[in-house]
Design a binder for this molecule. Structure first.
Ligand SMILES: NC(=O)C1=CN([C@@H]2O[C@H](COP(=O)(O)OP(=O)(O)OC[C@H]3O[C@@H](n4cnc5c(N)ncnc54)[C@H](OP(=O)(O)O)[C@@H]3O)[C@@H](O)[C@H]2O)C=CC1
Ligand SMILES: O=C(O)C1=N[C@H](C(=O)O)C[C@H](O)C1
Length: 252
C-alpha cells in the first residue's frame, strides 16, 4: 500500500514531505522511481514524521498503532488510519488519540465498501436473526497477515448494529471438527487466501427458503489509496474526533 499511496498522493497534487520505514536504504531504492532524490524525508519513527506533517496516512502493522497514536496525538497531527486487525487495546489507543486529533479510520477506503456497510446495516435491520442466517466470506492475497479481514469484521459490525446486538456477543467461533450446529443469531466468518486477490467480500443472508447476497470486489489496490488520499484532503481543518469514510463521502 505504501507505494500506491505515494502515487495517489502525488497525483492528487498534495505535497509528500516524508514517510516512515524500518530500513531507509531499502526504502530509498524502492521509491527511486516515484520521488526525486532527497525530495521526501525517510524517518525511522513517527514522532519525527509528525513534526513535519499536516496529515499522516498510515497503512502499516498493528504493532505500530499504539506508538503512532501517541506520536500523532502529541504533535496534534491528523491521522488517516487504514491498518486492520487491531486488538481492543490498540483500538482504545486510537479512540484516545481521537479526543485530541482528527482521525479518519476505515477498514476499507473504497466508496463501494463504504456503501456496502450502510446496506449491510439496513439488511441486518430488515432480515431477522430468527429467519436469516448471516455469514461473511472474504478472499485476499496470500501475503495478508490478519483474518478475518478488517472489512469482513466491519460488515459483521454493521449487521449486528442493524440487529441491535454487539458483534462480540454473536460472532461465531471458527468452525472445525465437531463444532455443533449453527446457533440462531450467530454471524459467521470465512477467510480464503490465495495468489494476488485484491479483496473480495460477500455477505449472505440465508433462510429456509431463500438467500440474498451483497458483494464487493476490488480489482486494484489503487481504490484504497485514492480513498485514503480523499480522506486526507477532507480531514484538514476538522476538529478532533473519530471519523469514518461515510463522513468523508457525506453518507453519514
Ligand atoms: N483500510 C484499507 O482500505 C486497507 C487496509 N489495508 C491494511 O493496511 C495494512 C498494510 O497492508 P499492506 O501494505 O498490504 O502490508 P505490507 O506488509 O505490504 O506493508 C506493511 C508496511 O508496514 C510497515 N511496518 C511498520 N511497522 C511494521 C511492523 N512492526 N511489522 C511489519 N510491517 C511494519 C512496513 O514497512 P517497512 O517494511 O518498509 O519497514 C511495511 O512496508 C494491513 O493492516 C492491511 O490490512 C490494506 C489495504 C486496504
Ligand atoms: O490487506 C489487504 O489487502 C486489505 N485489507 C483491508 C481489510 O483487511 O479489510 C482492506 C482490503 O480488503 C484489502
Amino acid at each position: 500500500m505504501g507505494q500506491g499511496l505515494l502515487k495517489s498522493t502525488l497525483e492528487a497534487g498534495c505535497v509528500v514531505v516524508g514517510g516512515t520505514c524500518r530500513d531507509p536504504e531499502a526504502a530509498a531504492l524502492s521509491l527511486a522511481d516515484l520521488t526525486r532524490e532527497g525530495s521526501i524525508t525517510l524517518c525511522t519513527d513517527m514522532t519525527q514524521l509528525a513534526e513535519i506533517s499536516d496529515v499522516v496516512i498510515d497503512f502499516t502493522h498493528v504493532s505500530s498503532v499504539a506508538d503512532h497514536a501517541r506520536a500523532l496525538k502529541g504533535a496534534g497531527v491528523a491521522w488517516i488510519l487504514g491498518t486492520t486487525g487491531l486488538s481492543e487495546s490498540e483500538q482504545r489507543a486510537v479512540d484516545d488519540a481521537a479526543q485530541t486529533i482528527a482521525v479518519v479510520q476505515a477498514a476499507n477506503f473504497s466508496a463501494g465498501v463504504t456503501l456496502m456497510l450502510r446496506l449491510a446495516r439496513e439488511m441486518g435491520m430488515a432480515l431477522s436473526a430468527e429467519r436469516f442466517d448471516a455469514e461473511i466470506v472474504e478472499m485476499h492475497h496470500r501475503q495478508k497477515v490478519d483474518a478475518p479481514s478488517g472489512t469482513a469484521l466491519a460488515i459483521g459490525e454493521a449487521v449486528a448494529q442493524g440487529r441491535d446486538v454487539k458483534l462480540s456477543d454473536v460472532r461465531a467461533p471458527v468452525r472445525e471438527g465437531q463444532c455443533g450446529a449453527r446457533k440462531t443469531g450467530e454471524i459467521g466468518f470465512a477467510a480464503l487466501r490465495g495468489g494476488q486477490i485484491v479483496g473480495e467480500h460477500e455477505l449472505l443472508f440465508t433462510s429456509a427458503t431463500e438467500q440474498i447476497t451483497l458483494g464487493h470486489r476490488a480489482f486494484d489496490r489503487r481504490v484504497f489509496a485514492d480513498g485514503a488520499v480523499q480522506a486526507a484532503e477532507w480531514v484538514r481543518g476538522k476538529i478532533a474526533g473519530l471519523y469514518s469514510m461515510e463522513d468523508v463521502l457525506g453518507l453519514s
